[in-house]
Design a protein around this ligand. Sequence first.
Ligand SMILES: Cc1ncc(C[n+]2csc(CCOP(=O)(O)OP(=O)(O)O)c2C)c(N)n1
Length: 320
Amino acid sequence: MDLSTQQQLDAYRKMSMIRAFEDRLHKENATGAIPGFIHLYAGEEAIAVGMCENLTRADKIASTHRGHGHCIAKGCDVRGMMLEIYGRKEGLCHGKGGSMHIADLAVGMLGANGIVGGGPPLAIGAALTSKYRKDGSVAVSFTGDGGSNHGFTLEALNMAVVLQLPMVFVFENNGMGEATGADFAIGSKDIASRAGSFGMPSATVDGTDFFDMYSASKEAVTRAREGGGPSVIEATAVRFYGHFEGDPGLYRTPDQLAELKETKDPLVHFRARTRDRISAEDLDAIDAENVALVDAAVAEAQEAALPDLSDVDADVYVSY
Ligand SMILES: Cc1ncc(C[n+]2csc(CCOP(=O)(O)OP(=O)(O)O)c2C)c(N)n1
């Protein structure tokens, strides 16, 4: 393990922040205060953080409809995200994007994406730019098991190999696409093994284990950065909430969900893996700090101003 104790604490801080953010949004959404749909990432924290701890601000990521965790892992400002989700003027995208379109190019976050499978074609564009400019940056797409079946995802996999791009495709296999099981929708039952037929290496990891995800990501990112071309990582995990907030979730019983939460919690796994070097009190303190930060962000978002009507068509078209 090449991570110092401080780096491991930093990684936990991000995973814990994602959990605090999502748990609070679950409650806030139930009050009717949040416009639009939200899809929560709780349960999948180790995937985003395990990957992004290997990236710099210059590296780019493309996300999904379930994007809050990717944003936090890549360094988006949590206050700006909360304001954005509430549709406020001071949000990261001036309150016009909302949960599914949060982007922050300053930290290399190309955007959450309401188009399932939309991330891979976007990210290979960033990877091609990196190769053309020879700037040494890497691009990463996060895609669900459902999105892994989309035609443009498969086209992007092929193009990344043909052009030998500095790219990593992360497939987050949480076992479900809305209410459809991945075991039904994926013919081969195995996303990672598709990579071989496209001509690139792959790894399958336990996406509830930060250290497993970190190691596989490190190998793939290093390969991409050193000119070795693209890779696939399939990371398995569980989503702790419904597909979207409001989903009745009839496809799993309360007992099944309770068991999954008990056995597949990435934060609990982190605590178990670091017990010999990081105290539970230190991790509890991080959790409490994050809850307080999220409390403050929500309180501010509730009171913040909406965008001005006169700005309705600003930021819609790019001026060249
Ligand atoms: C192109 C496209 N097709 C369908 C949808 C509707 N849709 C939204 S989320 C979703 C399921 C996605 O499942 P998966 O990729 O496994 O991601 P997860 O929700 O499990 O994170 C679908 C079908 C969409 N938004 N875009």
